[in-house]
Design a protein around this ligand. Sequence first.
Ligand SMILES: *Cc1c(COP(=O)(O)O)cnc(C)c1O
Ligand code: SF4
Length: 379
Amino acid sequence: MELWQEMLRQSVDSGKDLVEKFGFDGELADRLNKLFHIRINPYYLSLIRYPGDPIWLQCIPDAQELEEDGFPEDPLAEDSHSPVPSIVHRYPDRVLFLTTSQCSMYCRFCTRKRKVGDSTKINMKYIQDGIDYITAHPEIRDVILSGGDPLMLTDYMLERVVSGLRAVPHVEIIRLGTKMPCVLPQRVTPKLCNMLKKYHPIYVNTHFNHPWECTPEAKKATDMLADAGIPVGNQAVLMKGVNDNAEVMLELMRKLLFMRVRPYYLYQADITKGANHFRTPVSVGLDIMDKLRGHTSGLAIPYFVIDAPGGGGKIPLLPQYVLGRNGNQIILRNYKYDIHTYPDVEEEPKAAKTQSVEKKYTRKKARTKKKYVPDKEQV
Ligand SMILES: *Cc1c(COP(=O)(O)O)cnc(C)c1O
Ligand code: SF4
């Protein structure tokens, strides 16, 4: 057994553990564990500094999870975009591929609580269906392995999935969405990296939410991935009491860059049933973005996005930088709130522009048609 597997076995993972280690009431602990599994491996547990701190809030359950908030279990309508159980196909050219229901730590704010940890809903038996679906859809050029956490698979199983995808000619890039560099960095081993780099281009998106997670162990993991030629991005979730503060976020983004992890998304917390206590007003996120842009490296600035309820996809939000327009002068403000004007280029008259686009479109259609017709005659 590898070290990371041994560590997983030592996790806090039952209502009984909560009672014994954290003084929970027995009945409450059982209800919480039944609603959404508890699993905190010893590495992540060691990051807690005091009860209720930003690490604690992410992993130790809270009675508020049981509140009737009226929010949906599937806020992003993933299930209705799911042609086979292992695939979520929302965007034209890329899919999520759910490979395992397991995670090395169950995040209390997880948006996929309804499925994650439940092997009847996400299971390896659906992997072949997923590969078949991707093979049958040549428009899919980007596959994002998700779950659960795909790095919960053994290297052997993961290689079967990744090599299966590489055998599909139209799959250009493979991404792994994994929280392991943050929650169990010991999972990133030389053996794993040597395996993954045979199947480039591979990208990893990981999930750090607080600067205390940026430990020497985590840096070792992200260094190994980067050394294997794998670009690593970060998708953070904005959460009350965890990171809803510009200084904390700035420190997180700078530490990530230092670890060669490029901040990618900052998510507004989803309206997931049982996770309402983590939500912040959208203005908090905008204010944080305002205090990042210009104040630190542009490389450290993620996109702040709302994953639209009902499945509209990710929608980026920016603080207001355009203050108005005066003729062809655009009035802007910079990060210090100094006002600047930019003389815009006169737009082409609307009618002419539309016409030229239309012409191009018809020409293209005509060309396709011409190509198609002779084929048909041959048949
Ligand atoms: C987030 C997401 C993706 C990937 O989106 P990118 O903006 O390309 O990173 C793909 N499919 C689904 C269903 C998603 O939620
Ligand atoms: S690692 Fe991801 S999928 Fe697993 S519980 Fe956390 S947020 Fe959910």
